[in-house]
Design a protein around this ligand. Structure first.
Ligand code: GLA
Length: 386
């Protein structure tokens, strides 16, 4: 077990014993993710290429008689809930991700009861790295192991997504939960969001002399807000106008032919999705060939398309991308839903410091809050640690 995972496991084990006066029945962890490429394609039945990262939620849990969930976050306080009262719209804040996962597992037919649960997270919240999916997936594995439920990782990801869609109320796609459940170290996950077929594609950063940097703009994004749902709606309308089941089935030629009927906004949203799907497949092929250093132009094109056609970037994200590229990054883009959150930069290892300094300086010049810049490593998906 990596040293930082072992340390997090020790932390939650002793905090659990202190808080609940007994040892936990087990310890679980689930990672956050960054999406290398394939943004706003998952809910269009398209392709995504995320990786789990070495930032995660670690939790200790134990069975508890009766239907009560006693939940402790070392960062965000405590909540006590009755499982029978958990329904869409009844739980607020971080506890909704935990309670939602347990609720969703029960819908699978699992006999689920009470839990004592304590978690800690080193994922920046609201940063677009899917801290919420990490909470859902870690909780789900724990509740599944302590009670019962599906073995299959794809099914578990769908159960976690239902928690987020229905209890939290965010109409997200399947990417984040699949990344947290199914990624493996040193790989990205090429996911077909229609069939949910997944391929582990090697991400050979080290041997290519590359690093992956994440720039946290510290501008919070509020996914529950209307912009995400509005983008989804525009895509669904575009698919309907084109006469296809989802934009996955559209082509650039079919968009051109229908451009008047689509209207400018829907045309541009759809163009992003069609071109982004092609970029995902192209990057996956480069990675299969062991050539991650050639992925830069596709990452840059993805960012431009998200900024100009899909219109989900933000000044901070554009600044991070431009500064990283000017300082020697091979490619850079916003990652996640957008409107704030994080950007990623693929850079030669020996340019990492310069990229970090350049992004930090550019933020200062523009009067933005200082960003967080850190390196991420492709990590394993959710697992039981003890
Ligand atoms: C959020 C959602 C995902 C996906 C991305 C955009 O992270 O949770 O399902 O739609 O935005 O690619």
């Amino acid at each position: 077990m990596p040293a930082e995972l072992a340390a997090a496991a020790r932390t939650v084990r002793s905090a659990f014993a202190e808080r609940f006066g007994r040892p936990p029945d087990g310890i679980w962890a689930a990672p956050a993710r960054v999406n290398l490429i394939g943004e706003h394609t998952d809910y269009n039945d398209g392709f995504v290429l995320p990786l789990a990262i070495d930032r995660r939620v670690t939790l200790a849990a134990a069975l508890r008689p009766g239907g009560v969930l006693r939940l402790v976050s070392l960062e965000r306080g405590e909540q006590e809930l009755r499982l029978a009262e958990v329904r869409p719209g009844t739980v607020d804040g971080w506890a909704a991700y935990v309670a939602g996962a347990v609720w969703s597992l029960a819908l699978e037919g699992a006999e689920v009861g009470g839990l004592d649960l304590l978690l800690t997270s080193d994922v920046p919240v609201g940063s677009g790295l899917s801290s919420s999916a990490a909470v859902e997936c870690a909780t789900l594995l724990a509740a599944r192991d302590l009670y019962s439920g599906p073995e299959d990782r794809v099914r578990l990801a769908l159960v976690a997504q239902r928690a987020e869609n229905e209890v939290v109320g965010v109409p997200c796609g399947i990417m984040d939960q699949m990344a947290s459940m199914a990624c493996t170290a040193n790989h990205v996950l090429l996911l077909d969001c229609r069939s949910l077929a997944a391929e582990q594609v090697p991400l050979t950063l080290h041997s290519a002399g590359l690093v992956l940097l994440v720039v946290d703009t510290r501008v919070a994004h509020a996914l529950v807000g209307g912009a995400y749902a509005e983008r989804r709606r525009a895509c669904e309308q575009a698919a309907q106008i084109l006469g296809v089941a989802a934009l996955r089935d559209a082509t650039e030629a079919s968009l051109e032919a229908a451009s008047e009927r689509l209207g400018d906004v829907r045309y541009r949203r759809a163009r992003h999705v069609v071109q982004e799907n092609a970029r995902v497949l192209a990057v996956a092929e480069l990675l299969r060939r062991g050539r991650p250093e050639l992925a830069g132009p596709a990452l840059n094109a993805s960012h431009a398309s998200l900024r100009d056609d899909y219109q989900v970037s933000a000044a901070e994200l554009d600044t991070a991308v431009d500064a990283a590229l000017a300082a020697g990054a091979l490619g850079a883009r916003m990652t996640g839903a957008g409107f704030g959150g994080c950007a990623l930069a693929l850079a030669p290892a020996d340019a990492a410091e310069e990229v970090t300094a350049a992004v930090t300086a550019a933020f200062a010049d523009r009067g933005f809050r200082p960003p967080g810049v850190f390196r991420v490593h492709p990590a394993d998906g959710a697992s039981r640690l003890a």
